[in-house]
Design a protein around this ligand. Structure first.
Ligand SMILES: NC(=O)c1ccc[n+]([C@@H]2O[C@H](COP(=O)([O-])OP(=O)(O)OC[C@H]3O[C@@H](n4cnc5c(N)ncnc54)[C@H](OP(=O)(O)O)[C@@H]3O)[C@@H](O)[C@H]2O)c1
Length: 312
């Protein structure tokens, strides 16, 4: 199979290029600046900006499948402002779909996110929702994924938790988290996610489906922060930052040019767990997956599902 991966040089994209390549597929990774990406031998690269239709003209020609992993992170405010989400996620998806349709591909895999909704509460969620609508309403056979947060080497999830501390309490042994860090997440390891994506491309029965996928544990932001610091042999005391104060703080930081703002505050309030983990569609169960504690090397030292700071 010949596969074009838009955003193939990013975090998930790099792992998916490797997985598909090892399965014997011909992979082309496309992004605005693909030079220097850490991709396996044999993976081709292509320069193109999905928000500029002319720049990706013909990109899908000769392909059997197109994967859309192009991303602007919801965790940080994009350069150019939050309106960039519509340009890159909604319009970019429409442009890429146009190429996929012209090339008559067999499958368009759209990476979306939990809570994607054209009427959603942030620019990111609205753009992701409109992008999903474009995929569903189009004529290209497709499959859509809404993963919870993804962790792994090269990802930004762990560094994001540290960024929060750096912003709110750089020199103190406390870690103020919005709302006491009660927002729940269901982190999935990138090494567990990409084989599922590869299966979806290879197995026709997934066409037309929307899958929610998450990891084996539901962890609050507070538990995640505790685990990250524990894995570094440090201990911080997590304290609650009232949501109202966090909103004001992030709004002020946003106006001062920091990469966090009101949309990121709304994102921190959102439930990041799957309504129903669709792993069974791929013959997997949560017990098969890597826990966040496993990844951080904490297993054995503590139980990932026990309250933060409570030894197993
Ligand atoms: N990581 C997570 O925790 C997570 C969770 C749920 C859903 N997702 C979704 O999974 C997908 C991949 O996420 P990721 O974490 O791998 O993202 P990432 O590491 O930020 O990678 C983004 C990729 O998109 C490319 N890109 C950005 N703007 C582009 C444009 N205008 N035209 C073409 N390429 C562009 C980037 O390369 P250049 O900068 O060179 O263009 C890069 O290759 C996204 O749809 C994301 O929303 C991720």
């Amino acid at each position: 199979m010949k596969v074009l991966i838009a955003g193939g040089t990013g975090f998930i994209g790099t792992y998916l290029c490797r997985e598909l390549s090892e399965r014997g597929h011909d992979v082309t990774a496309m992004s605005r600046s693909p030079g220097g990406a850490d991709l396996p031998d044999g993976v081709e690269t292509l320069a193109g900006d999905v928000s500029d239709a002319d720049s990706i003209d013909g990109a899908a020609d000769g392909m059997d499948a197109v994967v859309n992993l192009v991303s602007l992170s919801p965790l940080f405010r994009p350069a150019g402002g939050n309106e960039m989400h519509d340009r890159v996620h909604r319009r970019g998806t429409e442009n890429l779909l146009g190429e996929a349709e012209g090339a008559d591909v067999d499958c368009f895999l759209q990476m979306s996110g939990l809570g994607a909704d054209s009427g959603g509460s942030t620019d990111f969620l609205r753009a992701k929702g409109r992008a999903e609508e474009a995929v569903r309403d189009g004529d290209v056979p497709h499959v859509i994924f809404r993963p919870s947060v993804v962790f792994g080497d090269g990802g930004e999830f762990v560094s994001f938790t540290k960024e929060m501390k750096r912003l709110f309490a750089p020199a103190l042994p406390v870690y103020p988290l919005p709302g006491g860090g009660r927002t729940p997440f269901q982190p999935i390891w990138v090494g567990d996610l990409v084989p599922i994506l590869a299966d979806a491309l290879e197995e026709e029965r997934h066409l037309g489906e929307l899958y929610h996928v998450g990891g084996p544990d539901v962890l609050t932001l507070r538990e995640i922060a505790d685990m990250v610091y524990e894995s570094e042999g440090k201990s911080v005391r997590v304290v609650g930052l009232p949501m109202g104060l966090a909103r004001v703080g992030l709004t002020v930081l946003g106006t001062l040019g920091f990469k966090l703002g009101p949309d990121q505050y709304r994102s921190l309030r959102m439930n990041h767990t799957t309504p129903d983990n669709d792993l069974d569609a791929f013959g997997r169960t949560e017990a098969d997956l890597t826990t966040f504690a496993d990844y951080l090397g904490l297993s054995g030292r503590r139980d990932a599902t026990s309250p933060a700071g409570t030894p197993a």
